[in-house]
Unconditional design. Structure first.
Length: 127
């Protein structure tokens, strides 16, 4: 009976050691898994941040090009408006003064009672 009791105590002792050893090993495995998951998450977040940065950069470049195109369009529209306004102003002035404007052969603009008179000293009226 003494041997049976000693054998049972020894068996319980061995079992308790086995559970105690297995527990730290499984905790280490869980800790390693959590560490690897954290590293993967950090790497994924870094790549997402880089992609966002690159996308923002491309968006900024596109916005700059659109802005440049808008400036060019507005500049051309302003020049066309100025030319039209100048022509309209000249036409109104000519109604009151009786003068006409003409573009001469040398590329200059002059006014006179007739187009021929306005460009007489400038190579004649531009055809």
């Amino acid at each position: 009976m003494k041997q049976l009791l000693t054998g049972c105590v020894a068996a319980l002792f061995c079992l308790s050691l086995g559970v105690g050893v297995a527990r730290p090993a499984s905790q280490a495995a869980v800790k390693d898994g959590a560490k690897k998951a954290g590293e993967a998450t950090a790497e994924g977040a870094k790549k997402a941040g880089e992609a966002t940065k690159e996308g923002a950069k491309k968006t900024g470049e596109a916005a700059k090009k659109a802005g440049d195109a808008t400036v060019d369009g507005a500049k051309k529209a302003g020049e066309a408006t100025a030319d039209t306004t100048e022509k309209a102003g000249t036409s109104v002035k000519n109604v009151f003064t009786g003068e006409v404007s003409a573009t001469c052969a040398d590329g200059t603009k002059h006014s006179g009672k007739t187009k021929a008179e306005a460009c007489a000293k400038h190579g004649g009226v531009k055809p």
